[in-house]
Design a protein around this ligand. Sequence first.
Ligand SMILES: [Ca+2]
Ligand SMILES: [Ca+2]
Ligand SMILES: [Ca+2]
Ligand SMILES: [Ca+2]
Length: 428
Amino acid sequence: MIDRKIALLAVGGALLGGCSMVEEGPATDAGMGNGSQASTAIPARDLTPDQIAALTYREFPGINKCFGDWAQNDWPRDMNQVWVDGVQTNPNYGKSLAFVQGTRVDGSPVLPERSDPSHAAGGPNGSPTGGFTSLGIGGTYIARMPLLVRDQLGDDILLHEVTGGSYTCANYPEVARVEVSYDGVVWAELAGTACGNGAHGFDLATLGDDAPWQLKHFGARFVKVIDISDAANLPNDADGFDLDSIEAVHCGGNERTIDLCSEGFYAWYEQSQGVDSNGNPIPAARSNPDNGLGLPEDVDDAADEPAGRLSFYTLGRNGGSIVYVFDGWVETTEVLRFVETSYGRNGQGCNTYREQALIEVSDGSTDANGDTIWVELGTVCRDGEIGLDGAALAGLDRIAAVRLTDLTDQNGSDGYDFDGVTCGQPLQ
Ligand SMILES: [Ca+2]
Ligand SMILES: [Ca+2]
Ligand SMILES: [Ca+2]
Ligand SMILES: [Ca+2]
């Protein structure tokens, strides 16, 4: 899925320039660059999806500080060794990118020595006299991180900016915001902005509810830095946010294979609950998706429900659905056993009360539109087992997520009452 190619759309010729000694802050060399340089800069605040789709990657080997083996840099499988063997160390820097540079406030090109996008790849050097990339007003810079950036306690990404002399955010507000992506297709914004010299923290925990579940569960592969400087607050020669480095504070994938017989689901996303048989909302007690986490309680009588809550989550009629994930991976040699709650009907067949759900699984892969690729395994009615061999046939050797969608056609039912998942009888 990461076959997308990234081209460098930076200012022509700028990449050949070295690091000349130019004071950061307002550029004073009015004789350079103005009107003499071909530029493909797009004077927009952000890239359109079409523009992003047209980008191709440019790699900068040899500057990845997260780990040393270039051959292991690619998602998804080669990260396993990196993480499991403990080779991974902090910090972790962006190493490859796409770049659409803006202009200076007066519309002239950013100086060549401040336009080399490789100067923002790799670690920070903190020098106001070179080694950074000026985004240009409204410019966009995309880094592809060598390892997934993960949400752990506190800030997960640091933007390093360089500004020398007496210039501060207050008197020279060059500002950037950050978006992240799992697949390079769908982007989601992180809270906060960066402005002024030094490191500025961003936290994946600030992702909105509508962010893709892969981004929240697996982490961010791509980091996009967008200049949002207000030209009205800056002098004519200001050239936007000066990016020294993108640092991942927390990186690495969760490569654990879970024990399906003892763990069940770990978290849920994309809840879209249906309604009851009369079209009314499902009662609150049946609407907590947490009730489907962990091992099933397998309750057969209302009196046996856990204290303070029910053991199940009701999908709801008319296609109620939810995505559950494991705290790691499940091999597709396994069988999933789904447990449903229907009081007093334990041991009775599906035909006695037809509450059913469609089961789809995913390893997190997305298509060209950024939509999750789901592999349909079939339907479970009440309690039921379903092998992952169908996913194996579709080319997956492990899964991380299961989507349940209600298919109940039973009169009077409010849908499939999902209790939990566990292991089933092994495949023959
Ligand atoms: Ca965090
Ligand atoms: Ca600048
Ligand atoms: Ca039921
Ligand atoms: Ca349960």
